[in-house]
Design a protein around this ligand. Structure first.
Ligand code: GCU
Length: 691
């Protein structure tokens, strides 16, 4: 039965071009796939599904090389399959980084063979998905030669599932896919999630939310835990996870858990979780032994400590090194890793300055199997932020780049906002313009480094709550695998696999995707470096969707005289945390990139920018331009009616209606706010507003 949810980019629609289909059929109708390992069941299953769709008929899967055909596909390691050994450079395959693969054509006893080869099961899984992507994108395969290996060893998704609540923090896609109570029973949807992840090269999943506890009250006002993700470390839940971990393993995906730093007390019954207490160290070591007995390839722990109500080493007069290292020591004998988040704030007036201040002095002190996971910017996944000064400045520490796949601050999947261009901006950023090979993307090539994408698909038909937001999950995986990929290439692949090959459709969807992010920046920030003007609300999860600029004087720095924050040498010195060349660039409002200007400088409302417009007029203009752009994107989308499937068309069209409306609310609130402080009317007569 067809599942009642979308297949995203794995649609595998039949190739209509006859010559191309004939070529695909010749080389792919017969597939000889290694049966050496259980993991390769995933390969056979995907080929059956993918080739069945693309070729318009079921492929024949062989257990030995077929002889009566004029071409076939062979998938396996050179060690397992003579056919493969004959067609590939064995040494080259052996030298590939974990997960790497080769796709090539060759010959076997006079027959043409298309080969997918790797030295590991996961490489064969990724290679198979790559082959199916080539076919889905209508690429020729008669003379193909692909050699791929991932740029970073760790490409994680941080799925912020709230176990036992059926929700995903910042998920925006309905309830949880995972049901921890009914495990070890497996749902078909787990497999499809694993397929989506593997198809873009994601190789690890942290199942639960970094917030593993939130105290609260129930309706009778009794104290209770709103979140109880910490419980997953209890033996009864660990036992339940084994089946899910094996399923994920078949797709090359390793299982990780977010853990609570207070677990020795909460679960172990100890009277402290002090990382320097030998009993605590012992507890973690035994817990790790227990986990690895159940899940031998377990990836490790993700920890949010001393941040937003989560316990951490500070509770015990210890520091982040003590905290991370005690966990790392426990995991070390098993090859596990601690991902320790740098998202810690509270002790400084401006959170931007805290991470570098806290972590940079600790460089070199973390154990080898600790990765410090740093958000791309110093604040919190804003539509645009400067790149965190931690990058490039902790050379003796393994670093992980944390990006947000989900659109918490970019319209929460009601608004269309394509994050790939934003991430490219981060990855291409040179952390030390006077250095070499110091771009952010070059920092993640060693063992223990890589990327972590925050965002949990949910039960929604679309998986992501907005069909266009699927591109963010897709693009995250592709960039984690290869940060050199250009945005345009990623978009093109995704659009074709998702919407087909009609040139007008491809062009229209592509244009829309590329223009979404700048529009969101304009109407929700004014485009020159303001951020975090979201309404907070009272609920445990702050709203972060509606405007609320007046709530955040600490972020906007708005006064009657001007707006922006002096994060420069005259102010709190944040700019000076960067290497000199960048510090100088940011320190002077004349050289500071315009899009970050008010992040670094408090400037008079009538301060003139290089194009002759004042700060306040620029803010007015950008807020209006953003809404106009959203409206234009909606019109563009409407031209697709009847050209793409009705479900996707209608869903996105309705979302655009809401986006345009909500963007207008943002524009009005922000421009009113700017006017209230500045008292300067918009030259174009739009502010003050009449209503
Ligand atoms: C943001 C987000 C929270 C999350 C936090 C984090 O502040 O709003 O939901 O817990 O980031 O990254 O830990």
């Amino acid at each position: 039965m067809q599942p009642d949810y979308d297949d995203c980019w794995l649609r595998y629609r039949e190739v209509r071009d006859e010559a191309l289909r004939a070529s695909y059929r010749r080389l792919c109708s017969h597939a000889y796939v290694s049966e050496q390992s259980r993991e390769l069941g995933a390969v056979r299953e995907e080929l059956r599904r993918g080739l069945g769709g693309l070729l318009g008929r079921d492929p024949h899967l062989w257990q030995h090389p077929p002889r009566t055909t004029d071409g076939f596909l062979a998938v396996g390691t050179p060690a397992d399959m003579d056919v493969v050994a004959q067609c590939v450079d064995e040494e080259r395959v052996a030298d590939l980084a974990e997960g790497g693969y080769v796709i090539t054509t060759g010959e076997w006893e006079g027959t043409d063979v298309l080969v997918v080869s790797a030295s590991s099961d996961s490489g064969l899984v990724y290679g198979t998905f790559h082959l199916l992507r080539l076919l889905s994108n209508h690429e020729p395969i008669e003379d193909v030669h692909v050699v791929e290996e991932p740029a970073s060893p760790d490409r994680l998704i941080n799925h912020w599932d709230n176990p036992f609540r059926g929700s995903v923090e910042r998920g925006y896609a309905g309830q949880s896919v995972f049901d921890f109570e009914t495990l070890p029973d497996l749902r078909e949807r787990y497999r499809d999630y694993a397929r989506l992840l593997a198809s873009v090269g994601i190789n690890g999943i942290v199942l639960n939310n970094v917030n593993t506890q939130i105290p609260g009250r129930d309706s009778a006002n009794e104290a209770m835990d709103v979140l109880e993700g910490w419980r997953l470390l209890e033996t009864r839940y660990l036992e339940k996870l084994t089946g899910l971990a094996s399923l994920l393993r078949r797709y090359g995906t390793t299982t990780y858990l977010s853990v609570n730093f207070g677990a020795p007390e909460k679960i172990g019954g100890l009277d402290t979780s002090d990382p320097n207490d030998p009993e605590v160290a012992q507890w973690w070591a035994e817990k790790a032994d227990e986990i690895y007995d159940l899940i031998p390839d377990f990836g490790g722990f993700l920890v949010k400590a001393d941040s937003e109500g989560q316990p951490g080493p500070y509770n015990y007069d210890a520091d982040h090194v003590d905290g991370a290292n005690v966990l790392a020591e426990a995991l070390e004998p098993h090859g596990g890793r601690v991902w320790w988040r740098a998202f810690v704030y509270g002790s400084h007036k401006d959170r931007a300055v805290q991470q570098y201040d806290t972590f940079e002095p600790l460089d070199g002190e973390f154990r080898d199997n600790v990765t410090i996971q740093v958000k791309n910017g110093p604040i919190d996944f804003q539509p645009r932020e400067p790149v965190s000064p931690v990058f490039g400045q902790m050379p003796e520490t393994e670093l992980g780049l944390e990006l947000q796949i989900t659109g918490e601050y970019t319209g929460q999947h009601v608004h269309a906002c394509y994050h790939v261009p934003m991430w490219k901006e981060v990855l291409e950023f040179d952390t030390d313009p006077e250095g070499h090979g110091t771009k952010v993307k070059d920092l993640f090539t060693d063992e223990g480094t890589g990327m972590a994408g925050v965002g949990g698909p949910g039960e929604d038909r679309s998986w992501t709550g907005h069909y266009l937001a699927q591109a963010n999950l897709y693009g995250y995986g592709r960039l984690a695998w290869d940060p050199d990929l250009e945005t345009e290439a990623i978009t093109d692949e995704w659009v074709r696999q998702t919407f087909g090959h009609d040139p007008d459709v491809v062009e229209t969807v592509t244009d829309i995707m590329h223009d979404t992010w700048p529009a969101v920046i304009d109407y929700s920030t004014g485009g020159i470096g303001l951020m975090h003007m979201m309404y907070n609300g009272e609920a445990y999860l702050e709203n972060h969707y509606d405007p609320g600029p007046e709530e955040w004087p600490g972020y906007t720095g708005a006064t009657e005289d001007g707006i922006g924050k002096d994060r420069n040498s005259e102010g709190n010195g944040y700019a000076q945390q960067y290497p000199d060349a960048l510090a100088d660039l940011y320190d002077d409002p004349e050289s500071c990139p315009k899009e970050l200007l008010l992040f670094f400088h408090h400037l008079p409302w009538d301060y003139e920018l290089s194009d002759g417009r004042t700060v306040v007029q620029t803010l007015y203009d950008n807020c209006h331009a953003g809404v106009e752009e959203a409206r234009r994107l909606r019109e563009e989308w409407r031209t697709l009616e009847g050209e793409i499937d009705e479900e996707r068309y209608r869903h996105v069209a309705e979302r655009f209606d809401e986006q345009v409306e909500h963007a207008g609310i943002w524009r009005d609130r922000l421009t009113d706010f700017f006017y209230d402080y500045s008292g300067i009317a918009d030259e174009k007569g739009r502010v003050p507003r009449e209503d």
